[in-house]
Every structure is written in structure tokens, then in C-alpha cells.
Design a protein around this ligand. Structure first.
Ligand code: PXP
Length: 236
């Protein structure tokens, strides 16, 4: 499995003081040098962490795969088409949320999804939809023409170690198998950490895990290089 590193919270820390430290580009470089296979940035509508300039710089200076997380808005589609990241992951976005809560309801907006995804795929960008492990959503994601889905692992992560873990894990496994049967490639992420990530190996054929908060948190204690190396060992 590949490790996609979500570096949003390097920018969160930088923005806390409004200055330039820690440097987001330097952080992205360190992540790649220490085993991350790709860099993920979520350019939110309110720009609360990653800013437009960060994404442009990373695109220009880093050769590794760039995955741009974004909402399904005209503004973001325009940015993606001009920036041409290797991949985009379309996520739901609410201004008040602390982080992405729940997957995109693509089944409920399929026509919009189809017209949103097509120009991105035509531009040579890999498109992924961040959805809950739900059959109806997987099928709708497939119908948009996206090549990937990213399964929201939040329910699994929150239930890890409780009597709800097995159900949440089985939902991820079943959704992955169904997506594969449709020809979709499957990524996963949200809330994965050093304790709960190992079970992702029990799901055949997951392509990439996108992990952010736990790695940046661990970096506070052991440094970013070591935090990335440790996670890479668990993921690969
Ligand atoms: N994947 C997606 C689509 C996300 O929105 C996020 C959170 O921004 C992540 C993965 C990473 O989640 P976490 O920071 O909990 O590892």
C-alpha cells in the first residue's frame, strides 16, 4: 500500500502565528524524502490551512504525486484545471466543521457529479471521490466516470477497540470488494493512526492510505522524518 501524506496541519501550525514557520514546502519535501509516496493538500473554501500559494509551490517544486483535496465547486474545478495536480479527491465541505465529517453524497447529486468529474478526467487528472463505505455511494461514484474512490475510515477509526469496530471494518472491506468489481481503484483515509492502521492490510488491494493528523501530531514529539518513516513501515 502507498502512503499519501496529508500536510494540511503543517499549514495549520504556520497560520497560528500568521508567519512562515513551519515552512509547508520544506515539510512536503521531508515527507517525500522519508517515504511518503504522495502529498495531499486540502484547499478549503475558507483557506483555513493550505493556501493557493502553497499548492502552486508544491506543484512546481516537488516531483512526487500531488493529490488535491477539494470541494465540488466551480472555483475548485477551475483551480484544478489550471494547476493540473496528478490527482484530485472530491470531498464534502461545510464551513463549521473541524475536519471532513462523513463522505460525499454523490448518489444524491449524480448529474452534477458526472459533469464535474468529466473535464478533470479529460484533462488527465486522476479523480477520486471521498465517500462512506456504502454500496449506493460506490455505484454512484463509478457512474461519474471517476477512476478512484477514497473510503472514509472515520467510523472505523472512532470505533477501534470497541464492539462496533468489526462492523465498521467489514463495511470498509465489503465496499472495497464491490468497488473493485466495478473496476474502481480504492484509497482510504481519515482518522487512521499508528494503532489502527494495521487492519487496512486485511483488505485486499487497497491502493493508498491518506493520513495526516496522526503523523503531524507524532512529529511534534519525534520529528517529522521519524514520524513519516514509522508510518511508512506500518503501511507498506
Ligand atoms: N482523506 C481525506 C479525504 C480527508 O479529508 C482527510 C482529512 O483532511 C484525510 C484523508 C486525512 O485524515 P486525518 O488527518 O484524520 O489522517
Amino acid at each position: 500500500m502507498k502512503l499519501g501524506l496529508n500536510i494540511d496541519h503543517i499549514a495549520t501550525l504556520r497560520n497560528a502565528r500568521g508567519g512562515v514557520e513551519p515552512d509547508v514546502l520544506e515539510g512536503a519535501k521531508l515527507c517525500i524524502e522519508n517515504g511518503a509516496d504522495s502529498i495531499t493538500t486540502h484547499l478549503r473554501e475558507d483557506r483555513r490551512h493550505i493556501k493557493d500559494e502553497d499548492v502552486k509551490l508544491i506543484r512546481k517544486e516537488i516531483k512526487a504525486k500531488l493529490n488535491l483535496e477539494m470541494a465540488m465547486t466551480d472555483e475548485m474545478q477551475e483551480i484544478a484545471l489550471s494547476l493540473k495536480p496528478d490527482a484530485v479527491c472530491i470531498v464534502p465541505e461545510k464551513r463549521q466543521e473541524v475536519t471532513t465529517e462523513g463522505g460525499l453524497d454523490i448518489a444524491g447529486q449524480l448529474e452534477r457529479g458526472i459533469s464535474f468529474v468529466k473535464p478533470l478526467v479529460d484533462a488527465g487528472i486522476e479523480v477520486s471521490l471521498f465517500i462512506d463505505p456504502d454500496k449506493e455511494q460506490v455505484l454512484a461514484a463509478h457512474k461519474t466516470g471517476a477512476q478512484f474512490i477514497e473510503l472514509h475510515t472515520g467510523t472505523y477509526a472512532n470505533s477501534f477497540g470497541t464492539d462496533k469496530e468489526e462492523q465498521a471494518f467489514n463495511d470498509l472491506k465489503t465496499a472495497t470488494e464491490y468497488a473493485h468489481s466495478l473496476g474502481l481503484k480504492v484509497n482510504a483515509g481519515h482518522g487512521l493512526n499508528y494503532q489502527n492502521v494495521h487492519r487496512m492490510h486485511e483488505i485486499n488491494g487497497l491502493y493508498e492510505l491518506n493520513i495526516g493528523h496522526s503523523i503531524i501530531s507524532r512529529a511534534v514529539f519525534v520529528g517529522l522524518a521519524k514520524a513519516v518513516q514509522e508510518m511508512k513501515t506500518l503501511v507498506k
